[in-house]
Design a protein around this ligand. Sequence first.
Ligand code: BGC
Length: 734
Amino acid sequence: MKKKIPSLLFALIWGVSLPVFSQLPVYLDDTKPVEERIDDALSQMTLEEKIAMCHAQSKFSTPGCPRLGIPEIWMSDGPHGVRMEFVWDDWRHAHWTNDSCTAYPALTCLAATFNPELAYRYGKALGEEARYRGKDIILGPGVNIYRTPLSGRNFEYMGEDPYLSSIMVVPYIQGVQENGVAACVKHFVLNNQEKYRNAINVEVSDRALNEIYLPAFRAAVERAGVWAVMGSYNKYKGSYCSHNDTLINKILKGDWKFDGVMLTDWGSAHDTDEAARNGLDLEMGTWTNGLTWGLSSTYDQYYLARPFLEKIKRGELSETLLDEKIRRILRLCFRTNMNRQRPYGRKLTEEHTAIARKVAEEGIVLLKNEKEFFPIAPGRYKKIAVIGENAVKKLTEGGGSSELKARREISPLQGLIEKYGEENIVYSMGYASGAPDYSRELPSGFDADSLVRCAVEVAKNADVVLFFGGLNKNFRQDCEGDDRESMDLPYGQNELLDKILQVNSNVGVVLISGNAVSMPWLKAVKGLMQSWYLGSEAGVATARVISGEVSPSGKLPFSIPCKLEDNSAHYFGLESYPGDGENVYYHDDILVGYRWHDTRHIDPLFPFGYGLSYTRFEYGDTRTDKVAYDICDTVRVEVEIANVGRMDGAETVQVYVSQKNPSLPRPVKELKGFRKFFLRKGEKKWVTLEVPVQDFAFYDDRQSRWVVEPDSYQLQIATSSRDIKQAVEVRVNP
Ligand code: BGC
């Protein structure tokens, strides 16, 4: 039998232990306000402890403060899944056996869904995996604007339109951060090309900076409340973006009131004084001396390490600069690894697979469908030839820092075999690339001529040909570190397609890429889909769309020009892209993407926002709640849409706004609203879109502010930037 503890003794124990509890340091007491806890922790740290926290201790971590029990911060790329582990101090994979992930579709695909709800589920699932893997910061999403189809990293970004990327980035971040994992929006800012990225200075007008390149970052900060921002490698106004006074102190932390951590891209800091003064909080690096290439010395040599410490000790830099950085880093800790409430995360769940598949299915864009080439219902053809390396190539590997070790990656060929049966599919590779290897591509080892011969033979004997081509994640394609050299398809794919078309005219093409490619064979093929790096469920999603189980509903998040020179960056010659090695001049200014094509009347091959469906949508009447609005109002536009085709399906209605008499030149129209909705076959409904009048604004560089001018505005209801179904006119009151 248990002895009863006398109540006096009990009281005494409590009496003794109470003062012990009340001595819990303020910074560990989560009933106290966060800012108080930050001040308390900071007040207990030595100068050396603070210095240690503002630079890396390994490739992907920073030290906490061990003496105070403040944990290390662990990071991982981003943005399409949680990257594999690395050796502590170099770029070799660690080869763990428990670091595989669900690979989600690339962000171009997410943008192509035009579905913010999916962006939230994507972020939430990714955050769960990051949390389970012990990561405190996920290095994504990327929202640099797609300015040229040559840029090696467009696949990691959300397309050419600032409105679309702003709308999609917010729920992604919210989803990640609900897990107590920080998202880190990158690369702030103007990292619109990989060529010369380490040092190029971008000359851009204030107007283009504000209207085109900043909005998605601003939405990430102001609307999503992102906890971390990564600087870019390039320069703006002659100063490196990762420690740029205008960008960080004035815009990010001043105007937008960002209260999180500003960190470098890996090795993008270049100077201790600038890093200390110009708003950089945390220095991460590629080699241990903080530079891109360097000696193998210690992290102590980082700009924000010993050199910073010494300058503070000598009185050349103030300790308050350091305190400000540590405050932000501690705030991030309280939001992540010192938040006792945060969930535990999970990984590789069925829900994760389902969300990866759903995004992939909704992102695939049907560009051409002559005589209902698609869908190819099982049983329609006896012999389907699948040709092209991209039907089998692992596309989650390579590409630079977004590489993933996917637990499973179903290739399009696998997906098609499962859908149509092995007996109905014959595969031929047709062309071959080499394996990706950071800054080069290894030789492929295949004989190109025999690959072509075999493919033509296979095509000749098939009822239909599905060609899987496009780009891949090799260097100078869709890959970090450099740009593509032209808009053409690599590995002789155009010539191969010509030969296939000579022996079989029933050809459909599925392009897998994160960038526009030129398509000299477009007229000759019957069907065309723009697909993306779809991740783990690539093959399943592709087969479901091709077979008609799912009607395609993706829309292009960028314009596809007829030729490279029709793109705004290239139109102005080498100065405007890639620049002279020192400077790049954004002569295209605010006219990027469809803004350029539409304003300059240069027809694209396929316009922004374009994408077909297997079903057909009819646009009926459009109405607004009134005709005259005040600046603080929101315009409610209603449009009646019916699914009059033969299948259930989803459509994205888009609203473009154009101002009648602006006091400064404006693009002829700009996307200011969209809504994706699902309609059953035969169903009809009124769809409502809300456009705040504030969003009609342009950046007036004469006054350095956004203005909405009293004027007439046309709201164009569209199914793509070039297919306007209805228009309504509204007035903004003085
Ligand atoms: C990339 C970043 C990435 C970092 C860490 C850099 O090279 O530009 O996007 O997050 O490496 O891998």
